[in-house]
Design a protein around this ligand. Structure first.
Ligand SMILES: Nc1nc2c(ncn2[C@@H]2O[C@H](COP(=O)(O)OP(=O)(O)OP(=O)(O)O)[C@@H](O)[C@H]2O)c(=O)[nH]1
Length: 409
């Protein structure tokens, strides 16, 4: 908890301790002592003076009466003003307390409305493996499906149980680092709701040190599933070819560079296949562009389903595809290319209208480091090999020439 201290001088601190020492009993005692001393002094001295100044017993008696009346009047006025001052103070204090209570109630009401209308939930929890909730706002129900009562003190479930073990470990570590630096933390992770559905949440909070030394976390948790979907869509748009769903040219170039770096670092081979459809123009001309699109999609699926999960396929444009095969040497790459060629040739491709058309592909194969050591030289070698396959009559696989490497660098 943030603790704010009023700047205070030693003088005001001195006054404060003086006032604290003056208990009501001591103050009343002092007033009584002063009154008694003044009273006895008045009686003693005024009587002596009166007897001296007015020796005549009759006059002295009148003077004594006036003197007594004067004493009562003066002490009455003093008592009145002291009581008036004290009661006025008490009343002002009561009014102030009343106004403060009202302001506090108003602030609580505003805070409650704010919390209940948060697009997520506000929380206060322990920094323990269960994230034991001590308070959650009403938004908890919408966010997690659990009522606040079910989550507080882990009555039905702990908050940690809604998060995967792996995420919990990461979150715990991230929060620990933030606590050490006395900073707030921001986290994104998936939560399993009561009905089993999963949502993405964003959490922001900070550590709060209580007066008793205990540590709590306080913050808010918001549902960001919509944003996550949008992010995924944007990422897809930026990295995928919209027609086939394969990697687009830019992303494929990035993947190729990355795989090349890895191959270079671990001195491993890596192959690039350059795939081009044979006489694809005829498909478009005969069956129409939409049918051509359907064939493009079908062959993309076929190729994707025929390679390993570590391989990557990208559409470089038109009906040209590039396949990156990490850890593959010349022989394996040639076998893979031949297998893909056969698969495409064996199955007529759907035109999207219930009909299918036979189609073949020509494939050029280049391997790192034999045919090129950079992305551009490898691609150029594979592309050149693909044209070689076309020259050989199409529907075949051609290897890049070893001397291509020298020319391409
Ligand atoms: N339907 C469709 N066709 C495309 C797309 N991109 C390129 N094409 C077509 O692909 C054809 C490529 O034709 P060409 O480069 O002449 O080659 P080809 O007819 O395949 O003949 P070879 O490559 O010499 O075997 C052209 O007709 C392009 O219009 C696309 O996104 N959809």
């Amino acid at each position: 908890m943030a603790v704010f201290m009023e700047p205070s001088s030693s003088k005001s601190q001195g006054m404060k301790s003086l006032n604290e020492n003056r208990t009501p009993l001591r103050r009343a005692g002092w007033a009584a002592v002063v009154y008694l001393i003044a009273g006895f002094a008045w009686i003693a001295f005024s009587d002596t003076l009166a007897e001296t100044w007015f020796p005549d017993p009759k006059t002295l008696s009148v003077i004594q009466t006036w003197k007594g009346s004067f004493f009562v009047l003066i002490t009455g006025v003093i008592l009145f003003s002291v009581l008036l001052r004290q009661l006025t103070k008490d009343r002002a204090l009561l009014n102030l307390q009343h106004r403060q209570r009202q302001a506090l109630r108003e602030r609580e009401r505003q805070l409650q409305i704010l919390m209940d209308n948060l697009p997520g939930m506000a929380y206060r929890c322990l920094y323990d493996p269960d994230w034991t909730m001590k308070f959650v706002s009403q938004g908890c129900t919408k966010l997690t499906g659990y009522e606040p009562d079910e989550l507080v003190n882990n009555r039905v479930t702990s908050y940690a149980a809604l998060v995967s073990d792996a995420s919990n470990q990461q979150l715990f570590e991230q929060v620990r680092v933030a606590l050490e630096k006395e900073e707030s933390f921001s986290l994104e992770y998936e939560v399993t709701r009561k009905d089993g559905s999963r949502i993405w949440v964003w959490e922001r909070g900070r550590g709060v040190q209580e007066d008793d030394g205990s540590l709590h976390l306080e913050g808010i948790i918001l549902d960001i599933s919509d944003r996550k979907v949008l992010e995924t869509e944007l990422e897809q748009m930026a990295t995928r070819d919209p027609l086939t769903g394969l990697l687009n040219r830019r992303e494929m170039s990035r993947v190729l560079d990355e795989e090349l770096q890895r191959a270079r670092r671990y001195q491993r081979p890596m192959a690039v296949l350059w795939v081009d459809f044979d006489h694809f123009k005829d498909v478009n001309d005969t069956y129409g562009h939409a049918a051509g699109d359907s064939v493009l999609r079908a062959i993309s699926r076929l190729l994707l389903g025929s390679v390993r999960s570590v391989d990557s396929i990208g559409r470089f444009g038109g009906e040209e595809f590039v396949i990156v095969l990490p850890e593959m040497d010349l022989e394996e790459a040639q076998e893979t290319a031949e297998r893909l060629r056969r698969k495409v040739a064996e199955e007529p491709q759907p035109l999207g209208n219930g009909e299918a058309v036979p189609l073949t592909i020509s494939v050029g194969v280049a391997v790192y480091p034999d045919h090129g050591q950079t992305a551009s030289t490898l691609c150029a070698a594979a592309d050149k090999a693909m044209y070689l396959a076309k020259d050989r009559g199409r529907n075949c696989v051609a290897m890049a020439h070893l001397h291509d490497q020298v020319h391409n660098q």
